[in-house]
Design a protein around this ligand. Structure first.
Ligand code: TYD
Length: 208
C-alpha cells in the first residue's frame, strides 16, 4: 500500500474551540473521511455514553483513560486504518493527543504511561498532522454556554485551563508535525491556515 496510503489529520483543542466546524470544512475540502472521538463506532458510542453522561455510574480516572483508549482502538480498527489503507485522507475530530491533554494534564495521570497505553491502543498509528485550535478558556466557555454540559465540561475552568496549557506544552514538544492556529480569528481565516498546512503536508504531488 506504500505510496497510495492516505494521510491522517487530527484536530485538537479544548471544548468550544471550534474544531468541529473546522473538521467539517476541511473534510469537505479534502473529500476526506470525516470522523471523531469518542464514539464513532458502535462500541465507541456505548463508551461515549458511559464517559460523558452525567447520570451514569462514577468513572475512575484510570477507567476513563482506558475507555478512551478502547474507543480509539476500535476507531482505528474499524474506520481509520481501513480508510488510510484505501488511500483516503482522514480528518478526525480528536485523537491520541486528547488523552494526553485531558487524562494527562487535566486529570494528572502520568504522561509516559498514557503515551505507552495510547501507542498500544492505536498499534502505533500517529497523525501525519495535528492541528491545535488555540483559544483562551474564557472565550471557549462563552462559546459553549447554552449547549448541554457533559461530564468533562462540568469539570470547570481550572480543569479546562490545565488541558489548554497541556496542549500547548505538547505542541511545543513537537513529537509529531503540529500546527497551532489562533482560534480567535474568524472561521474563514482559521480554515485558510489549516488548508495551507495541509497543502504543505500533501507535498508537490498535491492532495491526490
Ligand atoms: P467532543 O466530542 O469533542 O465534545 P463535544 O461533542 O462536546 O464537542 O469530546 C468529548 C469530550 O471527551 C471532551 O470534553 C474531551 C473528552 N476527551 C477526553 O477527555 N479524552 C480523550 O481521549 C478524548 C478523545 C476526548
Amino acid at each position: 500500500m506504500t505510496g497510495t496510503r492516505g494521510r491522517l489529520v487530527a484536530l485538537e483543542g479544548i471544548d468550544g474551540c471550534g474544531k468541529s466546524t473546522q473538521a467539517l470544512i476541511l473534510a469537505a475540502r479534502l473529500d476526506a473521511v470525516s470522523t471523531f472521538e469518542p464514539g464513532a463506532t458502535p462500541l465507541g458510542a456505548a463508551l461515549r455514553h458511559l464517559l460523558l453522561g452525567r447520570d451514569g455510574a462514577p468513572v475512575a480516572v484510570r477507567a476513563e483513560a482506558l475507555m478512551m483508549a478502547a474507543d480509539r482502538a476500535q476507531h482505528v480498527a474499524d474506520v481509520i486504518a481501513p480508510a488510510l489503507d484505501a488511500g483516503h485522507w482522514v480528518v478526525t475530530d480528536r485523537y491520541s493527543t486528547s488523552t494526553l491533554a485531558y487524562q494527562g494534564f487535566g486529570r494528572g495521570l502520568d504522561q509516559g504511561e498514557l503515551e505507552a497505553m495510547v501507542g498500544w491502543a492505536t498499534g502505533g498509528l500517529r497523525p501525519d498532522l495535528t492541528v491545535l485550535f488555540d483559544l483562551p478558556v474564557s472565550v471557549a466557555a462563552a462559546r459553549r454556554s447554552g449547549a448541554g454540559v457533559d461530564r468533562m465540561e462540568a469539570e470547570g475552568l481550572a480543569f479546562q485551563q490545565r488541558v489548554a496549557d497541556g496542549y500547548l506544552t505538547l505542541a511545543a514538544e513537537g513529537r509529531d508535525p503540529w500546527l497551532v492556529v489562533d482560534a480567535t480569528e474568524p472561521v474563514e481565516s482559521v480554515a485558510a491556515a489549516v488548508w495551507e498546512a495541509v497543502e504543505v503536508l500533501a507535498g508537490p504531488g498535491g492532495i491526490r
